[in-house]
Ligand binder design. Structure first.
Ligand code: SAH
Length: 343
């Protein structure tokens, strides 16, 4: 028997597995690639950025949204849950605002990446981490946030061929991965309005996302609470291949170097909402992110932050604060340029 090669990269291991066992589903490919990708780096800021990393206002407004719902919901015992919390930035911003409103729930993070768990622990040290949703508390209302989480979960693709619909599989030739058409699927599993789409059309589904939503919506229905899901996406069913790979802010081929870039797909909000309703929860929206943030008061918050920045400026500069008593002296090597700010 061959000894496991511990330092083999994911492409090598995956290429060997696919060559030996035959083509795998796109969902299996995506799951393996993303697990490796997130486990081995902190991608935020290098490969892509997200709303909470752009501004503290994002997490603050979400914290205020949760605190308001919880307050009007009768202030029940509650737990804060975040799915794929990245660096923990959103949670830290939201929890700060929630605490001011008297809401200080225990924090539960669903996160598979050891690297990102470390980053999250630096910002929210008291959190409890979970590999998946099954171990979340069942004795409290759940206040659940998922920002850019569902887009990273595995999708399946069905491709219309000349003779009908086929599941897309991923094959490996030498060390090159390529999408191929698998066996034909019965047409009646497809939404009727899409069944006769033109050859080449792609329909995406994400059974993994539906399973997570069904579980969490069922818990919310039983335990109380609410969930806010924000992602890029559409209201399906729809035709379209949205699988994409992002590396250092650029789109790259999803079938090259699996595990070295982030594989995502657009989220079908109609399907997520339907799963939540089936599980007994109520749904609202989807509404556009911009409209939501404006409705939650982002303009007033931005103005307040602007005022605070101006107040900080006064403190540093004005003559009766630090501006006159504090002085600066520059020293340079002979021949070095004249430093800025000194007459
Ligand atoms: N919500 C954060 C990070 C988004 S990136 C933000 O807005 O900045 C996607 C996050 O989901 C990462 O934390 C990643 O490690 C996590 N993740 C991806 N797939 C996951 C899975 N199957 N289970 C749990 N976490 C996952």
């Amino acid at each position: 028997m061959e000894a496991p090669v511990l330092d083999a990269t994911l492409p090598d291991r995956l290429a060997r597995a696919v060559t030996l066992a035959g083509p795998i589903s796109l969902a299996q490919y995506m799951a393996a690639a993303n697990a490796h990708y997130y486990a081995t780096r902190d991608p935020l800021g290098s490969d892509f950025t997200t709303a909470p990393e752009i501004s503290q206002m994002f997490g603050e407004l979400i914290g205020a949204w949760l605190a308001d719902l919880w307050d009007r919901g009768g202030r029940p015992p509650a737990a804060y849950v975040e799915l794929g919390p990245g660096r923990g930035t959103l949670a830290a911003d939201a929890l700060r605002v929630m605490a001011k409103a008297g809401l200080t729930p225990p924090v539960h993070f669903v996160e598979t990446s050891p690297t990102l768990r470390t980053a999250q622990a630096a910002r929210v040290p008291d959190a409890t981490w979970h590999d998946d949703t099954t171990t979340l508390p069942d004795d409290a209302a759940l206040l659940i946030i998922a920002n850019e989480f569902f887009d990273a979960l595995p999708i399946r693709q069905l491709v219309r061929g000349g003779d009908g619909w086929h599941e897309r599989l991923v094959a490996c030739q030498d060390t090159l991965f390529l999408p191929i058409a698998g066996k034909q699927v019965p047409g009646d599993i497809l939404p009727p309005e899409l069944r006769d789409a033109a050859p080449g059309s792609v329909i995406e589904t994400s059974p993994a996302s539906v399973a997570v939503m069904r579980d969490l919506a069922g818990r919310i229905a039983r335990q109380g609470g609410a969930m806010l899901t924000i992602d890029y996406g559409y209201e399906g069913p729809a035709i379209g291949d949205t699988l994409q790979a992002m590396q250092r802010g650029r789109f790259v081929n999803p079938f090259e170097h699996p595990g070295e870039h982030d594989l995502t797909a657009h989220v079908d909000f109609a399907t997520l909402a339907a799963a939540a309703i089936t599980a007994g929860a109520s749904t609202f929206g989807p509404v556009e992110q911009g409209a939501l943030l404006i409705a939650l008061g982002i303009d007033a918050r931005a103005a307040a932050l602007g005022e605070r920045v101006m107040a900080d400026r006064e403190r540093l500069v004005s003559a009766d604060q630090m501006g006159r008593l504090f002085k600066a002296l520059a020293i340079t090597a002979p021949g070095w340029p004249h430093p800025a700010g000194f007459p």
